[in-house]
Design a protein around this ligand. Structure first.
Ligand SMILES: Cc1ncc(C[n+]2csc(CCOP(=O)(O)OP(=O)(O)O)c2C)c(N)n1
Ligand code: SF4
Ligand SMILES: [Mg+2]
Length: 304
């Protein structure tokens, strides 16, 4: 990775606004082990968004973008919905696909990139709402898992179609009444993590975005396993505060309540044996790297 994407032309440096100077100076492109703690300085990937104020989807976006292991060589595939409103503000390559088609587009893209750049790592990440992933796009979603396509699917689960005013979705909880589903949901929430496991995903995690460290870890696991082994799936609860009648600062409490024992979003993970082996190897390598860096620092301090 490099910082080449945002270097400043020397001749213009003195007239560039201080915000831009700061952005270039602190950009996290090229930083090893970038993560959610870099949110303040990883502004090069997302500075603003056009979602409702306090929308948990915006928080999820920031954690994901700050934690990408390889942002310059990552391509997102999005779909219509509130999720897609963020992509025009994001400095990561992305494709907007026809609603529901995102996993089919990502399959072709990943294969084409592997042929075009055989010596480079190119990560493909689908990011779409529950309506796109589970309802209208379910066929495309599952077929990509059956085919063992090597990319990550992320579903922002807000349990309804938010962008079109609140229709019922397969991930909506039983009995919930939405603005455009006034008689209430008759069926239980579809258990997509279990379906993903049975359809061949190697790493699956369902969680809220209340704890950034967890989101970072799940995202990194999902991307590395997809890169080396096969399909991975993340389902993140990002409640639509507008639809459930909450204020902009109440999204966090909603997520915390829903992940308490017995709640709909208690964190769950399914990991195949092959994926676990890879995750353990990567963790051991990271530990050794940190130990070596610490030893080198101590040696430098002593000799100074
Ligand atoms: C092919 C097609 N069908 C339907 C629509 C209308 N549409 C736009 S957004 C949307 C729902 C999005 O819901 P979801 O995927 O859950 O995303 P959210 O807005 O909740 O984040 C629908 C049905 C469309 N744009 N294209
Ligand atoms: S409508 Fe709901 S999901 Fe969409 S931006 Fe607003 S709060 Fe977020
Ligand atoms: Mg939705």
């Amino acid at each position: 990775m490099s910082k080449e994407k945002i270097t400043m032309t020397e001749g213009l440096a003195d007239i560039m606004p201080p915000e831009y100077q700061e952005l270039v100076a602190t950009a996290t492109y090229g930083k090893e082990d970038r993560g959610w703690k870099d949110i303040g300085s990883s502004k090069e990937l997302i500075e603003q968004h056009s979602l409702c104020a306090g929308c948990p989807e915006s928080i999820a976006f920031r954690y994901i973008l700050a934690s990408l292991p390889n942002p310059e060589d990552t391509i997102f595939v999005g779909s219509t919905g509130c999720t897609s409103l963020v992509f025009p503000h994001v400095a990561v390559q992305n494709i907007h696909s026809l609603f529901g088609n995102q996993n089919a587009i990502a399959s072709g893209l990943k294969r084409a990139l592997a042929r075009r750049y055989p010596d480079k790592v190119k990560d493909v990440v689908v990011l779409a709402g529950d309506g796109a992933t589970v309802d209208i796009g379910l066929d495309m979603t599952m077929q990509s898992w059956f085919r063992q396509e090597k990319f990550t699917t992320i579903c922002f689960d807000n349990e309804l179609y938010a962008n079109t005013g609140g229709q019922e979705s397969g991930l909506m909880q039983k009995g919930f009444v939405a603005k455009m589903a006034p008689s209430g949901k008759n069926f239980d929430k579809v258990r997509l993590p279990e379906i993903a496991r049975e359809a061949g995903c190697h790493y699956i995690a369902m969680l809220t975005v209340s704890k950034p460290g967890r989101v970072e870890k799940a995202l990194k696991n999902a991307i590395m396993v997809a890169r080396e082994i096969g399909p991975t799936y993340l389902q993140l609860y990002t409640p639509c505060i507008l639809e459930i009648g909450k204020q902009s600062m109440e999204g966090l409490d909603e997520m915390k309540e829903s992940e308490e024992i017995g709640g709909r979003f208690v964190m769950k993970e399914y990991i195949s044996d092959q994926a676990q082996e890879l995750i353990d190897t990567l963790a051991a390598e990271e530990k050794a790297r940190k130990k070596a860096a610490k030893a080198a620092k101590t040696k430098k301090t002593v000799s100074a």
